[in-house]
Design a protein around this ligand. Structure first.
Ligand SMILES: [Zn+2]
Length: 258
């Protein structure tokens, strides 16, 4: 049976060195073909590029994660230059988006500069003709849809999507794709999203090293966990598992052109 999978979103630089070596060593045996390695900041972007030079299965994306303080002008300029210099080797712009969890902790935080930062990245994605990887959940997904529409961006990936049916419907109608993590095996909210989403717009990811619960409690997040995600998705869809693998793999290939 062909069980090929692609991890559509992983923070490879956030693992310990020995863990990363282990993951890369085990990719082939666990039928994981490639990893979309997203970046948190300038230092993290440099590391993903280095990993990609050492191992062609690592597909690097450059960006600035929104759930942290804003970058200095120097750092942002550095990230933008790095994108230009490495345009050919990049798979996407990301991870970028809006700070949802940060605002839960600090409700007074001003969202305007984060929106402006995201606009810079959207403009860059347009100029470079690269897909954009978004961290935009719940109400933020609405605002990000407004922004994507105004930039005429079609090639957008909402990673670990969470949101109500109305925003999910808008994301899907606009032709964007989304990905879900191994928490689909135990979170009803995510299972509901899978139910509504055609496999032509659904990918799987780990967001590793982010840890998971249920069957994965206390385990290092490993791309092989996505095999359980696929099993759950095939159960939800009432589809054969082979067909589920095939469609999700094709959606990812088509979106990322890997
Ligand atoms: Zn992430």
């Amino acid at each position: 049976m062909n069980r090929k999978i692609i991890d559509a979103h992983i923070h490879l630089d956030m693992y310990e060195d020995n863990e990363r070596v282990q993951i890369l060593d085990e990719l082939e045996a666990t039928s994981v073909e490639s990893l979309i390695a997203v970046s948190n900041n300038l230092a993290s972007s440099l590391r993903q590029l280095e990993f990609a030079r050492m191992d062609s299965r690592v597909k690097p994306a450059i960006g600035y994660h929104p759930e942290q303080s804003l970058p200095s002008k120097g750092e942002l300029d550095g990230i933008m230059e790095l994108i230009d210099e490495n345009r050919e080797g990049l798979i996407a712009i990301g991870e970028v988006g809006l700070p949802y969890y940060l605002r839960q902790e600090e409700p007074k935080i001003d969202i305007a500069p984060y929106v402006k930062l995201l606009e810079h990245f959207m403009q860059k994605a347009v100029n470079c003709e690269l897909p954009i990887v978004l961290h935009a959940i719940y109400e933020d997904a609405e605002l990000v849809c407004d922004m994507l529409e105004s930039y005429h961006i079609k090639h957008a990936h909402f990673h670990w999507f969470k949101g109500d049916d109305a925003v999910l419907d808008r994301v899907l109608r606009n032709g964007y794709v989304l990905s879900i993590t191994p928490d689909v095996t135990y979170e009803q909210e995510i299972q509901h999203i899978v139910k509504q989403t055609p496999l032509s717009q659904l990918m799987v990811e780990t967001d590793g090293p982010w840890p998971f619960k249920g069957h994965f409690t206390e385990k290092m997040t490993h791309p092989s966990m996505m095999h359980r995600s696929i099993k759950t998705i095939s159960d939800i869809k009432g589809m054969r598992v082979e067909e589920t693998y095939r469609q999700i793999y094709e959606t990812t290939l088509k979106f990322y052109r890997v």
